[in-house]
Design a protein around this ligand. Structure first.
Ligand SMILES: [Zn+2]
Length: 126
């Protein structure tokens, strides 16, 4: 089941993402430009904690498991905001790179780097 995050959650995540955006190694879309949703089909067991899809270009899904764990949500959110940025910055290139295997060597590289940096910033304090 997919449910929209509350206004309060969207605001709180927006503030956190905004505070660390400038410290990330690659640009990401501001959180305010996307609609965030909790998805209870994504979890640590299936290894999917977030998703950005071209079918819904201004929507990001986050694992409902992390609903009360901002330290877990924000890095994943930054990863997906990097994909949003990549797509909106160069849609044709993004589509070319988004295929299986190729994506691991292209779009996932900077998205993973952004996620790691965000994780480290969240762990060590903003
Ligand atoms: Zn990714």
């Amino acid at each position: 089941m997919i449910t929209r995050v509350t206004e309060r959650e969207q605001y709180a995540f927006g503030k956190l993402v905004h505070a660390l955006r400038d410290k990330l190694p690659f640009p990401i879309t501001p959180c305010s430009e996307v609609a965030l949703f909790w998805d209870d089909s994504m979890n640590a067991d299936n290894g999917v904690l977030g998703s950005y899809s071209l079918w819904h270009q201004d929507r990001i899904l986050l694992t409902a498991e992390a609903q009360n764990v901002p330290d877990m949500v924000v890095p994943v959110l930054c990863h997906e905001l990097r994909h949003h940025y990549q797509y909106h910055n160069n849609p044709a290139l993004y589509i070319l790179c988004a295929v299986p295997v190729v994506r691991e060597y292209t779009i996932e590289k900077s998205a993973d780097a952004v996620e790691l940096a965000a994780e480290s910033i969240m762990e060590n304090g903003l």
